[in-house]
Ligand binder design. Structure first.
Ligand SMILES: [Zn+2]
Ligand SMILES: [Zn+2]
Length: 503
């Protein structure tokens, strides 16, 4: 049976364009995952959307004296443009503001969760600034996280990814006037995570995830799951029944956003009519690519939303990433310490940026991007080695007959390493990139010795396609038809040249 994957990228807040840190996180990982599984014959849809109900967007609009809706539109367009430039091909991108599919999916998940008895109203004490007249649920307040002590907003800690207990946070201040906040009572709807803790744990135990996230889940359970506030009266969010008491915040709506994007995709694209229906099949895996800081919502709340609903049969997988630093320092767009994705792919090329960013991807822990190291690497690989490889390929003749090809020990081992990193349940774009580099090192040694390692070059051309799509499709064109089909059959890949968006 064909494997089916719905691949999601955490929605970026449309308060700015994408920098290289974003690309190194969920964006490139999801794209290379999708291309890799398609190469292996799977059916995939990749979706994301613009996070138009984020309270950071509201704050940015207030601070820059602009309209939040406009700001979101302009930046959503920029983000999509940057993705195209980096050759990151989202099958559907949804704009969530006043989107009927988005509202319907949110309402459906809210009501389904409520019908299971998992939602309850409760009076909470929440941070509030009396000077600025703003609630401090998220973007408008900041203090010390009660779990790890790092600076955090009261919603989800960027450092430890836990949801802070706001009453236990230290030095909580308003982000507009930097005065201490007060605590005001407000009635909120809560998602009763403790009620499903056991069943959720069993579901998560079966879901592929990286060791860092596995350890985080264990820690979250050791801390004890607690009720999670899902409405934010008086702040950013979607008013479900046109009433302030049901203003659902954006972190509750992430999964609804993915579902809505699938629904919109199935309506817009004749070839993807089954996109939404796939959620009802137990052979489908929903593969979330996310920053570690989004774990609380994606790993605990979203599976809980569908856990007791028998219609949703899909299984989960989670691929988290840590942060990328730039020259050893955190990216900061406000301090101008960032490299925009569009600038780098314009100055270099999408393939070289994709390949290098894969090599330094912060899959398990923080990694560093050094522009100087990138340019030195690029000069050698893209300026010298790859042109030499391409010209050796075009001047050499194929030695492969239709009876097949026998791989050397080295070639066999490289293929096996690629296959390990390409697995859907143990995926690593970094692992893939490291194997591709090993191939290049071996190819270079042979070329320097005056030989043309045609088998290795063919393997690089085919297995490197998800990472370097443009260059490797061009390399594949230089192989003979027999080489392409013999290698594709050997590697269990879809025949070269055949594209699919999941027929
Ligand atoms: Zn923390
Ligand atoms: Zn204030």
């Amino acid at each position: 049976m064909t494997d089916t994957f719905i691949v999601t990228i955490t929605p970026p807040t449309p308060n700015g364009d994408l920098h290289i840190g974003h690309i190194a996180g969920p964006f490139l990982g999801a794209d290379i995952f999708t291309r890799t599984q398609r190469l292996k014959g799977a059916q995939c849809y990749m979706v994301s959307y613009s996070d138009d109900y984020q309270s950071y967007l509201t704050r940015k609009a207030m601070e820059s004296d602009t309209d939040a809706v406009n700001l979101a539109k302009v930046n959503s367009a920029k983000i999509q443009d940057s993705l195209r430039m980096a050759d990151i091909q989202v099958d559907h991108w949804l704009e969530s503001y006043e989107n009927r599919h988005f509202e319907a999916a949110t309402q459906m998940l809210y009501e389904s969760t409520q019908a299971q008895g998992l939602i309850e109203a409760k009076t909470c004490f929440e941070p509030y600034c009396e000077h600025c007249d703003v609630w401090g649920y998220e973007a408008f307040a900041r203090g010390g996280c009660d779990h790890c002590g790092h600076s955090s907003d009261p919603s989800q800690c960027e450092f430890c990814a836990m949801a802070p207990n706001v009453l236990e946070m230290s030095d909580l201040q308003c982000m507009l006037c930097h005065q201490p906040v007060v605590f005001k009572p407000v009635e909120r709807r809560m998602l009763k995570l403790p009620m499903v803790a056991q069943a959720l744990r069993e579901r998560l135990d079966k879901a592929p995830m990286r060791p860092t996230l596995r350890a985080w889940v264990k820690e979250a359970y050791n801390n004890g799951l607690i009720d999670w506030g899902i409405t934010r009266p008086g702040e950013a969010g979607l008013k479900l029944y046109d009433d302030e008491a049901h203003r659902v915040h954006t972190w509750f709506m992430g999964q609804a956003g993915y579902f809505a994007a699938l629904k919109e995709l199935s309506e817009h694209n004749e070839q993807a009519r089954d996109a939404y229906e796939l959620l009802f099949r137990d052979s489908t895996r929903l593969v979330n690519f996310l920053g570690m800081d989004c774990s609380y919502s994606h790993v605990l709340a979203y599976p809980a939303q569908v856990l007791l609903n028998p219609r949703f049969q899909f299984k989960n997988a989670f691929y988290t990433n840590a942060f990328l630093k730039l020259d050893g320092v955190d990216f900061s767009t406000s301090r101008g310490h960032a490299i925009w994705a569009r600038d780098l792919v314009s100055d270099a090329c999408a393939d070289s940026v994709r390949f290098y960013v894969s090599l330094v991807a912060p899959e398990e822990h923080t990694e560093n991007f050094e522009p100087a190291a990138f340019w030195t690497w690029r000069q050698h690989i893209f300026g010298v080695l790859l042109p030499k490889l391409a010209s050796a390929l075009s001047s050499g003749a194929s030695v492969v007959g239709s009876e097949g090809v026998v791989l050397s020990e080295l070639e066999g081992s490289l293929v096996e390493q690629w296959q390990q990193s390409a697995r859907h349940d143990q995926f690593s774009m970094k692992g893939i990139a490291l194997v591709l580099m090993q191939m290049l090192v071996a190819i270079e040694a042979q070329l320097d010795a005056g030989k043309v390692p045609r088998n290795l070059i063919a393997l690089f051309a085919l297995l490197g396609e998800p990472t370097l799509p443009s260059l490797n499709k061009a390399l594949q064109q230089q192989l003979t038809q027999t080489e392409r089909s013999v290698f594709a059959a050997l590697l269990n890949l879809r025949p070269a040249g055949k594209e699919s968006t999941g027929e």
